[in-house]
Design a protein around this ligand. Structure first.
Ligand code: ADP
Ligand code: MG
Length: 236
């Protein structure tokens, strides 16, 4: 316990909510097969946001992670998605996506997709990235092949979800990445419409660099008893 307290103090980690789960301080502590470990082996150890969020995300809880840019938030939500997919609590039918990651911009969606792709050849996790500003043809083809994880900007995803190209009705793991930026960009309406099309019993995970009222409200409307993890001194 004292090691954990020290870890929380040193990294200024605050956890708010009903959770007694211990952080995962090393990759060895992750109960996963060696394929996943092989991907993670390029790094030393989990970052504070990963160490703290992994056990929460793996337990199926709704999670809010607040941490600055560059703190490793992507793998904080991708690794639990990969583990869920490999030992499914639930598998959607017909190659429908299990996980959906919403991101504010095409660049961020592509970056997230790159980190997902590390789990393709080694772990067999298929991911597709779709975003606006380009024609739909190629993206439509990729979506039709099916994927475990879809990474998308909200506008384009809503188009594909509405015209039936991407059936998100069985999405069980939903990630709202950079929630503050998505709301600033004016995607609130799209995000709300998308969420309403996913499974009611889904797990929802939200990441943000800041914790303004707009993000709190979204969390309040769509997350269930979330655990909130803050890394670093945020004025809350
Ligand atoms: P954020 O989303 O918090 O801005 P990213 O998830 O994009 O940050 O990660 C930033 C960089 O840190 C990436 O290049 C990623 O590969 C790297 N990274 C992720 N996890 C670790 C880790 N455990 N140890 C070292 N580097 C990591
Ligand atoms: Mg990020």
């Amino acid at each position: 316990q004292s090691t954990i307290d020290e870890f929380f103090n040193t990294n200024v980690i605050q956890v708010v909510g009903d959770s007694a789960l211990k952080p995962i301080m090393s990759f060895e502590q992750l109960m996963v097969d060696k394929e996943i470990k092989r991907v993670l082996a390029r790094f030393d150890k989990p970052t504070p946001i990963q160490a703290t969020c992994w056990p929460l995300c793996l337990s199926g809880k709704d999670v809010i992670g607040i941490a600055e840019t560059g703190s490793g938030k992507t793998l904080a939500f991708i690794v639990p998605a990969v583990i869920h997919i490999k030992s499914p609590p639930y598998s959607p039918p017909n190659h429908q996506p299990f996980a959906l990651v919403l991101a504010p911009t095409r660049e961020l969606a592509i970056q997230t997709h790159k980190q997902c792709e590390m789990f393709d050849s080694t772990c067999g996790i298929k991911s597709v990235c779709v975003y606006g500003g380009v024609t739909k043809g190629e993206q439509r083809k990729l979506l039709r092949k099916g994927a475990h994880i879809v990474i998308a900007t909200p506008g384009r995803l809503l188009d594909f979800a509405t015209d039936g190209v991407c059936d998100i009705s069985n999405v069980k793991y939903l990630v709202l990445d950079e929630a503050d930026r998505m709301l600033d960009t004016g995607f609130e309406e799209e995000i709300r419409n998308i969420i309403l099309k996913t499974r009611k019993d889904r797990q929802t995970v939200m990441f943000s660099a800041t914790w303004p009222d707009s993000v709190r409200k979204l969390a309040n409307d769509f997350l269930t008893n979330p655990i909130r993890v803050t890394i670093g001194s945020q004025t809350l």
